[in-house]
Design a protein around this ligand. Sequence first.
Ligand SMILES: *Cc1c(COP(=O)(O)O)cnc(C)c1O
Length: 228
Amino acid sequence: MSQQLKVQEKLEAIRSRIRLAEIQAGRPANSVTLIGASKKQSSHLIALFNEAGLRHCGENYLQEAIEKQAALNSHDIEWHFIGQIQSNKTKLIAEHFTWVHGIDRLKIASRLATQSTKPIKLLIQINPDEETSKGGVPLSEGAELADQIAQLDNVEIRGFMTIPQAEKKPDRQKSTFAKVHELLVQTNQRYSLDLNQLSMGMSGDLEAAVSEGATMVRIGTDLFGARK
Ligand SMILES: *Cc1c(COP(=O)(O)O)cnc(C)c1O
């Protein structure tokens, strides 16, 4: 089988998993955006996926991402920064990405606001299990941070992203995602905001995330294969 056919099959398989999960949750078709988590994957492979119809890519490492974006500049790809953000990197992030998923403090958001030439779309990272190895704010701090960011010009706060503890049991995966969804609802009520994006779900918990309201899933391994 040609590489292009294999790529089409992989993309089709993930789209089917998303579609099935949407149906099981009673959600309309295309309510979930697929982001290919393309860290450590080659520009060549990303190009093939884009030609097969993948429009959104998420990258974690700034230098690697900038190199791949240059190689792929003739492709229509919307880039999401999904890695940890160091404050001395915000200018380059603002220049190279339309979405930033890992906001965990006001300082980062205000630097992006000042340094960006276009309104950049932000998601606050929630660390629901309060793991020290991961970035993000506890559930209890998400709403207030969203309200603070909402007052900045030149950035759009759009919702929350999360990377929960690895967990095999679907019910436990769902209960964490449900808490982040509930946070979005509460934040909108409390501060009269209109947040509408939940970036949650990876290869191992895509179905649980879609069941609990994910609007973006970030899929690496099950889409591109193992990372180098
Ligand atoms: C690598 C990565 C993913 C994708 O993980 P897989 O388990 O390979 O699907 C999703 N989100 C973030 C933030 C990542 O770093």
